[in-house]
Design a protein around this ligand. Structure first.
Ligand SMILES: C[S@@+](CC[C@H](N)C(=O)[O-])C[C@H]1O[C@@H](n2cnc3c(N)ncnc32)[C@H](O)[C@@H]1O
Ligand SMILES: Nc1nc2[nH]cc(C(=O)O)c2c(=O)[nH]1
Ligand code: SF4
Ligand SMILES: [Mg+2]
Length: 235
């Protein structure tokens, strides 16, 4: 089964969430059922770039061509990789190679292959994205993945987003919970200004978290790759 692939890159480090710092390859799929106002990967769904339809063998070959033998972990992101049935075969093929697999999704579309994934990051979207969370779908996701290595990661831009994040954490108290600072300048190539803005926002989010009793068990992270390399693609 073919999958639309936008880019294959790495090895780099996972810059976000539950396995931050992990050396990994990335496979970025095309297409998303959302259109978040601040999406840092909007080229996956806004029609500006084309994806390439690839079968699993072609994706595995591409991973080996780009990453050589310098990796044992693959992160599948997008767009929403959960749009694609064929990812199941890809996860199995990675496992046959001895590689671990992580997935990044917003939790809006369920696929049974999700159960095979080693690290599942679900990132429901706060009000600033202009997207609406379907809690029936999200409840189902969390229920299915109970006992698996799953985490929740909410991107926060403002106070309203923080309130949303509290609500998510409260609804699923047993799921490891990450707060991530939002990057509101996804177009800029002025890395110095971006870095100082992001660090200020990180400090703001840390303060919000330390002041909040309901966030006693949360972890607060920046996008490490954005601090290091700004809005550069393929890192
Ligand atoms: C590009 S998305 C792709 C996977 C999936 N569609 C999702 O949203 O979870 C990967 C991660 O980047 C986060 N992200 C997207 N734009 C961002 C921004 N401007 N600032 C911070 N995080 C962002 C998303 O919330 C998600 O956790
Ligand atoms: N280094 C690095 N870490 C990431 N974590 C999540 C990413 C994504 O775009 O899904 C991403 C990415 O694009 N690069
Ligand atoms: S769900 Fe993810 S890929 Fe889709 S628009 Fe939102 S941040 Fe971008
Ligand atoms: Mg990204």
């Amino acid at each position: 089964m073919k999958v639309p692939v936008m880019e294959v890159f790495g090895p780099t480090i996972q810059g976000e969430g539950m396995v931050i710092g992990q050396k990994t390859m990335f496979v970025r799929t095309g297409g998303c059922d959302y259109s978040c106002s601040w999406c840092d990967s909007s080229f996956t769904w806004d029609g500006t770039l084309r994806s390439q339809l690839m079968n699993v063998n072609e994706i595995i070959r591409k991973l080996e061509e780009v990453g050589g033998e310098r990796f044992s972990h693959v992160t599948i992101s997008g767009g929403n990789p959960a749009l694609h049935k064929g990812i199941g075969e890809l996860v199995e093929a990675c496992h046959q190679k001895g590689w671990k697999v992580a997935i990044e999704t917003q939790g809006s579309i369920w696929q049974n292959w999700m159960m095979l994934v080693d690290d599942v990051t679900i990132s429901p979207k706060p009000p600033s994205s202009n997207m609406e969370t379907d809690f029936e779908k999200l409840d189902y996701y969390i229920e299915q993945l109970t006992g698996h290595n799953v985490s929740l990661k909410v991107v926060v831009f403002n106070d309203q987003d923080f309130t949303y994040a509290k609500m998510i954490h409260k609804r699923y108290p047993s799921v490891p919970f990450f707060l991530q600072i939002g990057n509101n300048s996804v177009e800029t190539d002025d890395n110095e200004t971006l870095l100082s803005n992001l660090l200020n926002r990180y400090e703001w989010l840390i303060e919000k978290t330390t002041e909040s009793v309901s966030m006693n068990n949360a972890r607060v992270l920046p996008q490490l790759h954005t601090l290091l390399w700004g809005n550069k693609r393929g890192v």
